[in-house]
Write a protein that binds this ligand. Structure first.
Ligand SMILES: Cc1cc2nc3c(=O)[nH]c(=O)nc-3n(C[C@H](O)[C@H](O)[C@H](O)COP(=O)(O)O)c2cc1C
Length: 183
């Protein structure tokens, strides 16, 4: 457990990468973790596109604003992963969505996203979740079918920086005792 907490607390968003390739074996280890992420009724609605082609990375970079702090990481990381989700498969029962929230694909992809980032960190790879970009354009670039969405881009590679952890809320700020607002 202490190893797990170490991985959890030690993971940082990495936005500068060394020009060092990721071996197939290391990549397989990271991707294997995705298979074990939980999802709504085990729907596993995710699709991952692993991009190593520099031209394709540059095309995707054009969908990310220049003001995004991870714009360069999208091209500089040896691998860019596009996290995609199939619509209307998570959160559905017999074709209808029984909960207030409708499609749960964002939720399942969020869990999977954290799983992949932690697995990467455990094998000394850095990642950053990039969520602020033109999702329509990114979908067109990677040739996504209409019933799928690109939710996030994850640059992945060996880190060329050691960022300090951004400040976290204290537990008491988000934990409530029995009733909301009671500490
Ligand atoms: C859903 C999501 C979207 C994010 N989008 C971006 C982004 O577009 N650009 C960026 O540089 N960082 C992005 N981040 C990274 C966060 O800024 C970062 O996780 C947060 O500041 C905490 O820092 P840490 O990851 O080092 O703990 C995103 C993170 C998440 C979870």
């Amino acid at each position: 457990m202490s190893d797990f907490l170490e991985v959890m607390k030690g993971r940082r968003s990495i936005r500068r990468y060394l020009p060092k390739e990721i071996s197939d074996e290391t990549m397989q280890t990271v991707l294997e973790s995705v298979r074990w992420a939980p999802s709504w009724a085990n729907s596993q609605c995710w699709e991952l596109i692993l991009i190593s082609d520099q031209n394709l990375k540059r095309d995707l970079q054009s969908a990310v604003s220049e003001r995004n702090p991870s714009t360069n990481a999208v091209v500089d990381a040896p691998v860019l992963i596009a996290l995609c989700g199939k619509l209307k498969s998570s959160g559905y029962y017999k074709g209808s969505a029984p909960t207030k929230f409708g499609d749960w694909f964002m939720f399942d992809l969020g869990i999977m996203c954290q799983t992949i980032c932690l697995a990467a960190h455990a094998v000394s790879l850095g990642t950053v979740v990039v969520g602020l970009f033109d999702h329509e354009r990114a979908g067109e670039i990677v040739g996504l079918p209409a019933d799928h969405e690109v939710v996030a881009l994850i640059p992945m590679g060996y880190s060329d920086q050691q960022p300090s952890p951004p400040k976290r809320k204290e537990m008491a700020e988000f934990c409530h005792h029995n009733i909301f607002g009671r500490s």
